[in-house]
Design a protein. Structure first.
Length: 64
């Protein structure tokens, strides 16, 4: 999983599923269905507000 790209996984499967456990352990966000729009909005806001470490930010090329 690319740690610089925030992703929210949604699923109706049990959180005990091996694939979901791996996602959660690597810092991914998983929303179990059903969820309400407020919960989704809250999780999106949390991801957008999470600071990115400077080592994870690539410099913008100036074209030189």
């Amino acid at each position: 999983m690319n740690q610089r790209l925030p992703v929210i996984f949604t699923t109706g499967y049990s959180s005990e599923n091996e694939a979901l456990t791996g996602v959660i352990q690597s810092g991914g966000v998983v929303l179990q269905k059903p969820f309400d729009p407020k919960k989704l909005a809250r999780r999106v806001r949390e991801l957008l507000d999470t600071p990115v470490a400077k080592s994870e930010v690539s410099p913008i090329s100036s074209g030189q």
